[in-house]
Design a protein around this ligand. Structure first.
Ligand code: FAD
Ligand code: EPU
Length: 345
């Protein structure tokens, strides 16, 4: 077998110099099934890719990459809701902007999240008090072996914090082909996070929330077009009340968010920051100065640099706080996805 020869540095937001065997663009379900069958016949692993904004490639990928670029946005209405049927390959932020231009509020808190609309349900994207599950009506899922498309209602998607059924039961052999969103005609602003609290719920418009979210994000998160990154590298850890209490005794100001089952969600960025790791660098990879939860490709980083840095950060936080962070980013090895915790251990 020859070594992979197609450079995919621009197809994932970390911008690492990674090669794959082949890159194919699919604009329909039929094309997706066709490529899947060809790859199977020729015994190549196949990786679906949106915009590569939640990926860490650990090494060159000895398989085919399929970019899902199924397009189209259809809007319909019922008595109380607007319904959007969106092709999986639409860009998420452009969809948010387009919906606001049509005077449909509801997606504004999720502005500027990179990636495709079809990837949004996979980790139930969330920001500034809203998650995809709050606006999702259904997900259309293609079985790549049979060509059948099943409509999964939102209540059956097992949405949780950065979680869904698409990371488990429907992870292999399926592609999301479209997403159905449901936006209430009676718009209610969600203003319970950060600077959004300063807005007046009586007079604020969806576009003003959108602008405020874009301003907050731009001040903290690096633009992947300028500095490679994959957003929050780790998830915010959910810990027992006892562990949270131990941390809070020492640091009463540590951010913490009570969960319904008595556990507490901690801010991973705060934990990393408290270990004085902002700006810490291994090779070309570094902890972002404005947001410690984001690992960046500061200067020609390799996958090895990012893994070494992530592993170091994780161990420092565990030593100091007795909390082991779990990566949010998906790790991709030579033949497909790897268990991120095993890679960092
Ligand atoms: P990819 O990274 O290309 O793929 C993600 C996973 O989905 C992979 O396993 C891939 O194989 C699989 N996949 C892709 N397309 C399909 C498909 N059609 N069917 C089935 N499987 C598929 N996330 C948040 O939740 N909130 C944030 O605020 C946020 N901010 C971010 C900020 C920055 C600067 C960056 C770089 C990332 C941020 N993220 C955030 C993470 C990322 O944007 C989301 O996870 C996004 O949904 C990933 O979309 P993508 O198209 O790039 O997916
Ligand atoms: N904090 C620090 N130092 C830091 C970073 C954060 O002290 O270096 C503190 C902040 O001051 C704040 C708390 O930690 O009190 C939380 O920080 P922030 O509001 O920036 O949010 P986050 O928890 O770090 C999460 C999501 C983001 C999402 C934002 C806004 C996860 C893993 N990350 O970040 O999502 O945009 O909230 O809602 O849940 C992503 O998933 O890729 C992502 C960027």
């Amino acid at each position: 077998m020859t070594s992979p020869s197609v450079l995919i540095q621009n197809l994932h937001t970390f911008g690492l110099p990674i090669y794959a065997e082949r890159v194919v663009t699919a604009e329909s379900s039929e094309q997706l099934v066709d490529v899947w069958q060809q790859a199977k016949q020729q015994q190549y692993p196949l990786l679906l890719l949106g915009e590569g904004s939640n990926m860490l490639f650990l090494e060159d990928f000895s398989g085919w990459i399929v970019l899902n670029r199924i397009k189209g946005i259809k809007i319909s209405e019922s008595e109380n809701f607007w319904h959007l049927h969106v092709g999986a390959g639409e860009n998420w932020h452009q969809l948010v902007r387009y919906s606001l231009e049509q005077n449909l509020g509801g997606l504004e808190n999720l502005a500027l999240i990179p990636g495709c609309a079809g990837s949004a349900p996979i980790q139930n994207i969330g920001a500034y008090g809203v998650e995809l599950k709050d606006v999702c009506e259904y997900v259309d899922l293609l079985n790549l072996d049979t060509g059948d498309i099943a409509r999964i209602a939102a209540q059956d998607c097992q949405f949780g914090y950065r979680e869904s059924i698409f990371k488990h039961q429907f992870r292999e052999g399926y592609s999301i082909v479209s997403v159905g969103l449901k936006l209430a005609k009676q718009w209610k602003p969600v203003l319970n996070y950060g600077d959004l609290r300063q807005l007046d719920p009586q007079t604020v418009t969806p576009m003003q929330v959108f602008d405020a979210v874009c301003a907050m994000r731009s001040s903290k998160l690096p633009d992947p077009k300028v500095t490679g990154n994959a957003g929050s590298f780790f998830k915010n850890p959910i810990v027992s009340a006892e562990i949270a209490a131990q941390i809070l005794q020492q640091f009463p100001n540590a951010p913490h968010y009570p969960q319904i089952d008595g556990q507490e969600k901690l801010a991973a960025g705060w934990l990393i920051d408290a270990c004085q790791l902002k700006g810490y660098r291994i090779g070309g990879a570094a902890v972002h100065q404005q947001q410690a939860l984001v690992l960046i490709n500061q200067d020609h980083a390799t996958s090895h640099d990012v893994v070494a840095l992530a592993s170091y950060v994780r161990k420092q936080v565990a030593e100091r706080f007795n909390v082991w962070l779990e990566p949010e980013v998906r790790f991709i090895g030579k033949f497909g996805e790897r268990n991120a915790i095993e890679v960092l251990a």
